[in-house]
Design a protein around this ligand. Structure first.
Ligand SMILES: [Zn+2]
Length: 457
């Protein structure tokens, strides 16, 4: 029998209403008991982990990552992505369908699950495409995809423009019980833009993406969801207007959840001046009022969960060579307006930033600033994502649940070093930043899949 005893940690498990000092006993991959410290009997032969001064939480779950596998091994693989996830404290990640080939067939879903099993780090939940080839025309076979192991449906990267296709997907979701995750974008409004519409775009001479490009589509899709009963999830919400629309739709009876990324609640669009294409993503970083609204919505539970939208890219896709020397630029010190070839390079640069290894540190900054409590953070990063993915045995440390746990040192100060990341991606605006708090151990199914270096001495 494989026994693990985690001793003297602060258990933060909002699913059971627990926040206090307890011991956790694990046997053969399951939680056996959480008990007041020192009161557990029957702990002979258990491997003991001392969690004094640490938080012990249900394993973190990320409902939105891009692992680029199959298709783009220069950006990421299932192996490197799942090791990055484990190092960031994640025990489960939902991998989006915009791979090559697209995950629109049971064969690709099964390939992803099999590859993840071989890695033995974080677990992978395949996200099925909504439309074949992400082309927005013909639906996938929802039943077949669910039977193969998909637990979420999304054309992420692309909006579902076609209303009949979307309504058909809603009806199927209602029937099979899984959620659809929507990338909300009116491309007629966004396609000329590179970054958020505003002063930064003006100063750089780049096209702007208005907040309405997102909120107008959220409005349409949630109007269609009211009274429908389909579980609808809004991916990477970035604007105050979208938050308002979601609040109103929820009041009117839409079954809607939503997520925000750490980069959207941490940075505003002026960060593009410092980090260039490493601060370019879709939806873009927004203005300060939007960032403040996201923070308030994290605190008041309008936002249900944090998702990284981990999107690794190679330097070539970010047009790194063409943009050399453009950033950082201080608009007070000099004219930052890009020459036209550089503006084109910036506009054409791939969207996205990596996030698996920095998400927890950035979420903890909300805790350290008393925006949210530790318990609320675990709701956002474990309990609610588990519910979205219909994982009844995860997101909690209840007796009988899968033994997926994250041990966190909330006070540990560490500096993000690109060269030390497990991800193949180096596209992050947080390189060089010092964060407070980190996962020191990640346990999946009772096995230690990550241990921070200072822990293994
Ligand atoms: Zn997206």
């Amino acid at each position: 029998m494989n026994r693990l005893l985690i001793r003297d940690g602060r258990i933060v498990d909002p699913g059971q209403g627990l926040d206090g000092n307890y011991d956790v006993l694990i046997e053969d991959g399951r939680i056996v008991e959480v008990a007041l410290r020192g009161t557990l009997g029957n702990v002979a032969e258990a491997q003991v982990i001392d969690a004094t001064g640490r938080w012990v939480t249900p394993g973190l779950i990320d409902p939105h990552v891009h692992l680029r596998d199959p298709g783009f091994p220069e950006k990421e693989t299932i192996e490197s992505g799942l090791r990055a996830a484990a190092a960031g404290g994640f025990t489960t990640v939902a991998a989006m369908a915009n791979t090559s080939p697209v995950n629109d067939s049971p064969e690709i879903t099964r390939y992803m699950l099999e590859a993840a099993r071989r890695v033995g780090a974080a677990r992978l939940i395949p996200v099925s495409a909504v439309s074949k080839g992400l082309l927005g025309r013909e639906p996938v076979n929802y039943d077949e995809m669910a039977a193969a192991g998909a637990r979420l449906f999304s054309d992420d990267g692309m909006p579902v423009d076609d209303e009949p296709l979307l309504l058909g997907a809603y009806d199927h979701m209602k029937r099979i019980g899984f959620a659809i995750s929507l990338h909300e974008e009116e491309r007629e409004l966004s396609s000329a833009g590179a970054i958020n519409e505003g002063a930064t775009a003006m100063a750089l001479g780049l096209g702007g993406i208005p907040v309405r490009a997102e909120s107008a589509r959220v409005s349409r899709d949630l109007a269609l969801a009211i009274g429908n009963g389909a579980p609808v999830h809004i991916a990477h919400v970035s604007t105050a207007e979208s938050i308002e629309v979601i609040r109103a739709a929820r009041k009117s009876g839409a079954e809607v959840t939503c997520e925000v990324t750490p980069h959207h609640f941490t940075l505003h669009d002026s960060a593009v001046m410092r980090f260039g294409a490493d601060a370019k993503m879709n939806p873009p970083l927004r203005g300060i009022e939007d960032v403040n609204a996201l923070e308030a919505a994290l605190a008041d539970a309008t936002i249900d969960m944090i998702a990284t939208d981990h999107a690794p890219h190679d330097p070539g896709s970010k047009n790194a060579a063409l943009l050399k020397g453009c950033f950082p630029c201080d608009p007070v010190a000099r004219d930052c307006r890009l020459a036209s070839t550089q503006a084109h390079a910036m506009t054409a640069a791939a969207n996205g930033v990596i996030g698996l290894e920095t998400a927890l540190g950035l979420a903890l900054s909300l805790v350290h600033r008393s925006v949210i409590t530790p318990s609320r953070m675990v709701e956002l990063m474990a309990l609610n994502p588990a519910r979205l993915l219909r994982l009844t045995q995860a997101g909690t440390l209840a007796r009988g649940a899968m033994a997926d746990l994250t041990i966190i040192d909330p006070e540990l100060r560490w500096t993000v070093e690109s060269a030390k990341l497990f991800s193949k991606g180096r596209n992050t605006p947080f390189a060089g930043m010092t964060l407070k708090g980190k996962a020191t151990m990640t346990v999946v199914g009772g096995e230690i899949v990550y241990q921070a270096q200072q822990e293994s001495k």
